[in-house]
Design a protein around this ligand. Structure first.
Ligand code: ADP
Length: 500
């Protein structure tokens, strides 16, 4: 099968969060299974093109409609981490993709509506015939109605559409005028059975369009699939998801097993694995994790001592439990641990707050804050820490806990969304001992954090052998794309078999 992923992010080239990892990981897994997985992205001017090989022009003059006029675009193609990626370069005078960041602009919905329409125009003009268009999040959701209501009539009828919700918090709210600029008759979509927002009657909701008009919708973990069908978790789309439940599934995200591999990770100071060192052997072994810990401390100017490192690698947004991250920092220090935070926030007040904390701890050699995006340091942190805290208020799947597990760093998480599907408490999980792999708390408050963090620290200080056994076991758990890729292939097959 030929699957074209239409997305706004792709690791490591254009990454804000887990969406980028998922698009890369799933596409590579599909290719390994003998399918043809490809990706199409906007050609953001911020892309580091040195990470693309064989970059060439694929389609020189692609004219696409926006706001009453046709605009020229160039479609590029090249390889990223071994996969074929198309890039649409827009030459319109609003410079939609010629910006410093990927998102966070007033005209974000206009930018991605433009991209959505350009993707369909590219398929129509180039003759590319994927079997499935796999759309990701609100940014590309409008492709579903544009395809069914506009492009099918123009003769583009082959691909089926699968839509994945990575985070229901961001739904792509806009107005009928904006939809009109993409070429759809705005007022006819302001209806409950179409794109009208379930709470605001004059608002267009692009994610809702993705759910209704796609052949199948998925989200990124089975538990989140349940949560977003409830009024508390659904952010207004719970009724739509319940109505279309017959074509809605939760599929757990996997990890790109080659990219996130401590045995080969080029960003680590030295590779390591769960295996015990054979005498004089140079192969990666578990003891080398300690070398990475030492180097991490040196790099961040932390005191070198017998203490655990608790880390957090996160976008700093309310969803991630900002207050709980701060609380965990204070509690870790009180109990004799060290704390590393790698995170950045699109919200100025939060970024400032953390800058304030960073200054406050500037002289403290048990704390390090890195308030930016740093792929390399993230790998070193996963490799050199003992614990990773993920105190999310909600978490669709979460990848950091999965990466941590593979790098021998035990996760401390709140039981929500995909965190509850992947981390099982060492003391309290009903699962057999060999499936338990971390520390879990229920309530998003200080007592909740204490109930897991203090137990983890206690294990580290008082039961080092149990800690090591737990770590080694967790490193061997399989969170690769294998089973989830198979689940996606099954879904692709089901929808491609269906007649229109
Ligand atoms: P979300 O998609 O909500 O941000 P996920 O846990 O699904 O959360 O994915 C986060 C991804 O982004 C992981 O690959 C993580 O390592 C990475 N990440 C988050 N913040 C940073 C940062 N400041 N620097 C480098 N990588 C980061």
């Amino acid at each position: 099968m030929h699957i074209l992923h239409v997305a706004s992010e792709l690791a490591p080239l254009a990454k804000v969060g887990g969406l980028a990892d998922v698009v890369l990981g799933l596409t590579r897994a599909l290719n390994k299974e003998g399918h043809k997985g490809e990706v199409i992205l906007p050609k953001y001017s911020s892309l580091d093109t040195s990470q693309i090989t064989d970059l060439h022009i694929e389609f020189r003059e692609l004219w696409t409609y926006h706001d009453g006029r046709w605009h020229p675009n160039t479609v590029w193609a090249g390889k990223v981490e071994g996969i074929l990626v198309y890039f649409i370069e827009a030459h319109n005078d609003t410079h939609f993709f010629d910006r410093e960041r990927l998102y966070g602009y007033e005209d974000d919905t206009a930018r991605f509506l433009y991209f959505s329409r350009a993707v369909l125009e590219f398929l129509l003009k180039s003759g590319l015939t994927p079997d499935v268009l796999h759309l990701h999040d609100w940014q590309t959701a409008a492709i579903a109605p544009l395809y069914k209501d506009l492009y099918c009539d123009l003769g583009l009828t082959h691909p089926k559409i699968l839509f994945t919700i990575h985070n229901i918090e961001y739904q792509g709210w806009t107005h009928i005028e904006e939809l009109g600029k993409a070429g759809l008759h705005g007022p006819s979509y302001l209806k409950p059975q179409r794109l009208q927002d379930n709470h605001h009657s004059t608002t267009i909701n692009l994610m809702k369009g993705g759910i209704i008009y796609s052949d199948h919708t998925t989200t990124v973990s089975p538990n989140y699939a349940k949560e977003i069908k409830t009024p508390e978790g659904g952010r207004g789309l719970n009724t739509t998801l319940s109505e279309y439940d017959y074509k809605f599934t939760g599929v757990l995200n996997g990890l790109d097993w080659d990219y996130w591999n401590p045995e080969t990770d080029p960003y680590l100071y030295t590779p390591f694995s769960w295996k015990k060192a054979a005498p004089k052997s140079k192969t990666p072994s578990f003891d080398k994790k300690q070398i990475n810990k030492k180097i991490l401390r040196e790099r961040l100017m932390l005191e070198d001592e017998q203490s655990p490192i608790v880390s957090c690698v996160s976008r700093l947004v309310p969803q991630k439990g900002i207050e709980l991250i701060k609380y965990a920092l204070f509690r870790t220090l009180e109990k004799g641990g060290q704390f590393i935070l790698l995170g950045s926030s699109p919200i100025e007040s939060i970024q400032e707050e953390f800058h304030g904390l960073k200054q406050r701890f500037a002289q403290n050699r048990h704390v390090h804050f890195e308030l930016n995006y740093n792929e390399e340091l993230a790998h070193l942190i996963y490799g050199g820490s003992d614990m990773l805290i993920v105190p999310s208020i909600f978490e669709p799947c979460g990848l950091t806990q999965l990466i941590a597990l593979r790098y021998g760093t035990l996760p401390i998480v709140r039981s929500t969304g995909g965190l509850a599907d992947t981390v099982f408490d060492v003391d309290y999980s009903p699962l057999p001992m060999e499936e338990r792999n971390g520390f879990v708390f229920e309530h998003p408050d200080c007592q909740g954090v204490d109930s897991a963090l203090l137990r983890a620290l206690h294990y580290w200080f008082k039961k080092p052998e149990t800690w090591e056994a737990l770590t080694l076991r967790s490193m061997q758990m399989d969170h690769s794309w294998g089973p989830s890729c198979a689940a996606y292939i099954q879904l692709y097959e089901n929808i491609t078999k269906k007649s229109r």
